[in-house]
Write a protein that binds this ligand. Structure first.
Ligand code: PMT
Length: 222
């Protein structure tokens, strides 16, 4: 049962993978389906928020009532997130952003004439880190996809990216991570680690929004 607890609030969410082009027919990507980010957007909408969803390429249907901004690469996603940042009250980066992109994008399809080929990759902007460094009033939440030392690596990301909350999921936990209907996560705030049981991605969406609202209240009253 959704309350209207987010009425008047702007929630900015990213979802899905990014695609980094090699040439006009090939790209590098990852296994994100967009399900987690879209589920958070549905939860925020049901709580009465104005919701903008910046999404990489996914197979999911648009959400009626949510402003959809479709992007392809990490650089596109960076521009879209910056353009929406000023008015956002809550920002949730659920997207799986490619850390690197090919240094050169060929204009024509590459020929298969060489036995071996080598690519050089350059670093993409870290969108969450940028947003954390340029925070004015926003409450910021990132995700961390880990395969080992979950709590430790996630706490490091919380601090270096100046987030208010980080949600850690482990690729190797059953029912967690890419393309599942459920997720198993730890919510890390500045004060504590909250281990959650297996939840649907939408149930987790409501939980995240509830904790973010509590963090905002605490920040205002301290
Ligand atoms: O889409 P689904 O199939 O439902 O799967 C959900 C999910 C596994 C993709 C999601 O739960 C998740 O964990 N998303 C973040 C995955 C990730 O890229 O983790 P990371 O540890 O590499 O990045 C940490 C944080 O920094 C993330 O919030 C990420 O969005 C952000 N980031 C990363 C790199 C970059 N260049 N810019 C960023 O903003």
């Amino acid at each position: 049962e959704a309350s209207q607890s987010l009425r008047g609030k702007h929630v900015l969410i990213s979802a899905g993978p990014t695609q980094e082009a090699l040439d006009p027919v090939r790209y590098i990507t990852n296994h994100s389906s967009g399900k987690q980010g879209y589920a958070i957007a549905r939860a925020a909408l049901a709580c009465g928020a104005d919701v903008t969803l910046v999404t990489g390429p996914t197979k999911l249907a648009d959400i009626q009532g949510v402003t959809m901004i479709k992007v392809t690469s990490a650089c596109d996603m960076f521009e879209a997130m910056k353009s929406q940042y000023d008015w956002a009250d809550y920002v949730i980066m659920a997207a799986a952003v490619s850390d690197y992109r090919p240094e050169v994008v060929f204009d024509q399809k590459m020929k298969n004439k060489d036995e071996n080929i080598t690519f050089r990759f350059v670093k993409n902007p870290d969108i969450l880190e940028y947003l954390g460094a340029h925070k004015t009033h926003q409450i910021i939440c990132g995700f961390a996809m880990e395969t080992e030392n979950l709590d430790q690596n996630a706490r490091h990301k919380l601090e270096t990216k100046n987030c208010d909350m980080l949600i850690a999921n482990n690729l190797f936990t059953k029912g967690a991570g890419f393309n599942t209907e459920t997720n198993v996560v730890t919510l890390l705030t500045r004060k504590e680690n909250i281990h959650l049981p297996k939840l649907t991605k939408e149930e987790l969406g409501y939980k995240i929004l509830e904790v973010l609202q509590n963090l905002e209240k605490e920040q205002k009253h301290v």
